[in-house]
Design a protein around this ligand. Structure first.
Ligand code: HEM
Length: 331
């Protein structure tokens, strides 16, 4: 859905109202709680694929956070649906069809949930599900059930997509093991820097497309209204004119390098409130900070030989192996 003007601002306010500091703290706590439970399960297995497992952990956490806690036997099925939708985002062919197929199932669940909340058959605490179910559009009308269901999924699905960032954090720790100790002994600001650098260095959506709304010229190229343009998010985060040694993973660069709204643009550029920048950025940053802590403190594990290469042509990007961990012990 691409909106502009009042309708866009109004919809954006709804998303941003969900991610205030208190809500993010609660999300972080729930993520940690579900992660710690999962570690006990992982410890009974020879190995786990971290990407798949993190999809489950985040699904359980975000649904509970939204006011829709899942029964344990429901978590895997919902996680598989969200993961398939995420994988289908940038795909053509079977990966995309599977995403669509499973999306239809999730949309039925979301519509049913909206109807139950509205009719009073389901009581939900304050949170994303209630906010979306009772949200009125810029003209004061309740969203139709289908749109409200899609908006609910628009909160849950991209949050589950953050499993990729958790896996990127695990790869960063594997490739730069001195950061394990640095995070174990570090404070909140070291986790903040680590999270920012994971978001800068690793690709998620390498680029996005959009239409030009106001004509402008850039490096001799004229962009006219209506032209399609591609924004190179990954390239901008690795621009050697902006970042010193851009290929180096160095969270401490943020000790001295102050960033503005157009520097680190994996979630878009500019302001979230006034432009199209992602309203979910706080969720990603919060989750990565929690994951940085949990990966080094909640468990010990080994990373067996595997193909951790990340293909930039696969959108959203992920390591080929999904990041296998073995010999997991709770710490
Ligand atoms: C995996 C982490 C995520 C990444 C990498 C990401 C990335 C992006 C990007 C690049 C945009 C376009 C920004 C632009 O056009 O300037 C965007 C827009 C958006 N994202 Fe995210 N996002 C993520 C998570 C989330 C989450 C958790 C939510 C929901 C809470 C969310 C909801 C949205 C919405 C509603 C928009 C449209 C904003 C607008 O048009 O004003 N995203 N996201």
């Amino acid at each position: 859905m691409v909106l502009d003007g009042d309708a866009h601002r109004h919809r954006k306010e709804m998303f941003l109202s969900l991610v205030g500091a208190e809500a993010l703290q609660r999300f972080s706590d729930l993520f940690a709680e579900h992660w710690r439970q999962a570690v006990l399960r992982w410890a009974t297995k020879d190995s786990v694929v971290l990407l798949d497992e993190t999809h489950r952990v985040i699904t359980a956490a975000v649904c509970e956070w939204a006011g829709l806690p899942l029964a344990p036997e429901e978590i895997s099925a919902r996680a598989v649906e969200f993961a398939a939708m995420v994988a289908g985002t940038g795909a053509v062919g079977p990966r995309n069809w599977r995403g669509h197929l499973l999306r239809a199932r999730t949309e039925r669940w979301a519509r049913r949930t909206i109807e139950e909340i509205r009719s009073g058959r389901r009581e939900v605490p304050l949170g994303a599900a209630r906010t979306v179910a009772t949200h009125r559009d810029a003209d004061g009308r309740l969203l139709d059930v289908k749109t409200a269901g899609v908006e609910l999924i628009n909160v849950l699905r991209p949050t589950v997509a953050n499993a990729r960032y958790v896996v990127f954090a695990a790869i960063a720790l594997h490739e730069h093991p001195h950061w394990v100790e640095a995070l174990r002994n570090g404070d909140e600001s070291s986790r903040q820097r680590f999270a920012l650098e994971v978001r800068r260095v690793f690709p998620f959506i390498p680029f996005i497309g959009g239409r030009v709304r106001e004509p402008f010229e850039w490096r001799g190229h004229a962009f006219r209204v209506g032209d399609w343009a591609l924004m190179d998010l990954y390239g901008t985060n690795h621009d050697p004119d902006r970042w010193q040694a851009p290929e180096r993973f160095d969270p401490d660069r943020f000790c001295t390098d102050a960033i503005d709204a157009f520097d680190l643009i994996s979630h878009g550029g500019g302001s979230a409130a006034d432009g199209h920048r992602c309203p979910g950025e706080g969720i990603t940053q919060t989750l990565l900070i929690a994951a940085a802590d949990l990966l080094v403190r909640s468990m010990r594990y080994e990373v067996p030989p595997q193909d951790l290469r990340i293909d930039l042509a696969y959108i959203p990007a992920r390591p080929r192996s999904g990041c296998v961990l073995c010999n997991i012990r709770p710490a």
